[in-house]
Structure formats: structure tokens, C-alpha cells
Ligand binder design. Sequence first.
Ligand code: ZN
Length: 349
Amino acid sequence: MKAITVEPKKPGTIRYEDVPEPDIRDGSLLVEAVAVGVCGTDAETAEGKYGWAPPGKTRLVLGHESLGRVIEPDPAGRFKKGDLVVGIVRRPDPVPCPNCAIGEWDMCRNGQYTERGIKQIDGYMSDHWRIEPEYAIRVDAGLGMMGVLLEPTTVVAKAWEVAIEVGRRAFWEPRNVLVTGAGPIGLLAALLGKQFGLAVHVLDRVESGAKPDLVRALGATYHTGRVADLEFEPDIIIECTGVGLVITDSLQKAGSGGVILLTGVGSGGPISGLSIADIATGAVLGNKAVVGSVNANKRHWYKAGEALARADRQWLSQLVTRYESPANFSKALHRGPDDIKVVIQFSAV
Ligand SMILES: [Zn+2]
């Protein structure tokens, strides 16, 4: 079979090549790949900036936003031939830490977790892949190709759960939510915010195109410019850019008792003229909570599946702005200005 593989931490080593069929030790469920979404982590790994090969190997099969079709069911019969499934990304650490021991691998304490397509386990960008049935999630058949959005939706489902949990530390009636960044994560965060019945505002740099249209189609409000210039105080801010100035503005802009949920990953860049102590003082006097959130556990995969099943299919389909064949992997990894989510399609859904 063929797979998209890379030698992690070595730029220019990515290729679409022949590899052996997946090992039965990877899981009893054999799956034919339908599609794999591409995200920033894949691009970084392809550029030699990230990723770890499986123990004893030099190359890693890329890809963690999966969608596939069962071709050989598990012996226990939890899945049947033809089921559409998505594979969970993270596996608990072997120690295990207390969180991994109870299935909260997204909250791993010791960093020894592994991740398919990222950290020490082959990913899903191969014609076939195997998976342990307990780490496979059945996709609502009506979702079809949009099942490929399940993994990014799990990240958002967890972020929302954390924001709501933290907000409940006191009497709390959130009304306004601000989502910074209108990429796939931001747009899916906005979708969930609308499903929760909140007034949703989304801020991004672009002034036209698919992003503003998709935000408005949700019944949410689209903004450009600086967070500091917005004319309302958000109760919740879901930060999806990782941009320094957007983060510092968000910390100041959130209303008293507000929750700033950080999901963006970035580095460097300018921030506003305020010092950390100034920003912290604002957080203290306003009872503001700043929380980071990454990854997702099985509960979030379930919630994400429910959220996608409730969403408008037509709206979801517009999040995928481009499909590429596996042989065209380099085009798929390059994100254009109008791209939201690019998907590598292995077979028809
Ligand atoms: Zn752990």
C-alpha cells in the first residue's frame, strides 16, 4: 500500500511511497482510508520542525484527522463492514499518570503520551490503517465526508467544556462569546457557541471571502481589526490564533468573571505595551480566568460527534475549501489565503 511518510525533524524528507500493510498489532479493526484533514501540525512536521518516529523506525506515517471505512471488523463485532470510523489521536502514557489511568489522556501529566501521526505512532495518511476498536469512533452515516471534521471538533468540544466548567465557579449567565481566529478551530468553536444559544462574535484579519460568509451564515457577528477596539465585553473568549497581541488584548477585553480559553499555539511577535503585572492585576480585580486547553478524551469525541450531527451539512461542507489526492501531498500541505480546511482524499466516501 501507499502512505505519506516523513523522517521527523529532517526537512525535505516527506514522500508518498510504498509501505508494508498495517501490522495486526496496531489493532483488530482494519480500515480503508477515505480522507485525512491537514492542519498546522502536519505542515510543521513536513517542514522538519515537529514529530517523532515510532520506536526503532526512522519514518512516521503522517496524518491525525482521519476518516475511514471498516473493511475487516473487530472479532468482538463492535463495528461492521462498511461503517465510517474516525481514529482517536492520543494514547495514554505507559506509566500511567493519574489522568491517563482514568482515561483523561488529554490531561496527561508526564508528557509520555503518544499520538498517531505526530508522536511515536504511525498516522492515518495510508491506504489502509489498523486501530484498536476502543479507539475508533463510529461516524453518523449522514455526515459522510464531513466526518473528517470530527477530530478538530473534539478540540473545540473540550475547550468549551473547560470554559463552562471554569465559569461555573460562581453564579454565571454567559451571553457574549468572542472567538478569535476564523480558521477551522475558530469556526467550529463558533458553531458550538451558537448551539449553546450564545451571542457569538468572531474576529479575524480577513475582510472578505468564505470566513465572514460562514460566520454570518451561523447567525454570528463577524469583526476585523483589534480585539481592544470591540464595543462589548465578552463573557467567554475562545482564543484560536496564538498571536501575542490578540492574546494580550483578549486578557484585557474579557468582562469581570470572564473566562479566556487559550487554544492557539504560537511564539514570539509583538504584544501591547502593558506588562505581565498590569495584565495580571486586571485579571485579579476582574476575577478573570485564563485557561489553556489541548487535545481531547473519549467524552469529547462523543460530544463532538453529537455537535457535528446537529450541524447544517451544507455549512460544514464549506469548511473544506480544497480536496487533494495523496500524490499531491505537497499542494495539500501548502495553505492558501482562501483555505480553511484542506483534505487529502484517499477514496470515495
Ligand atoms: Zn499521562
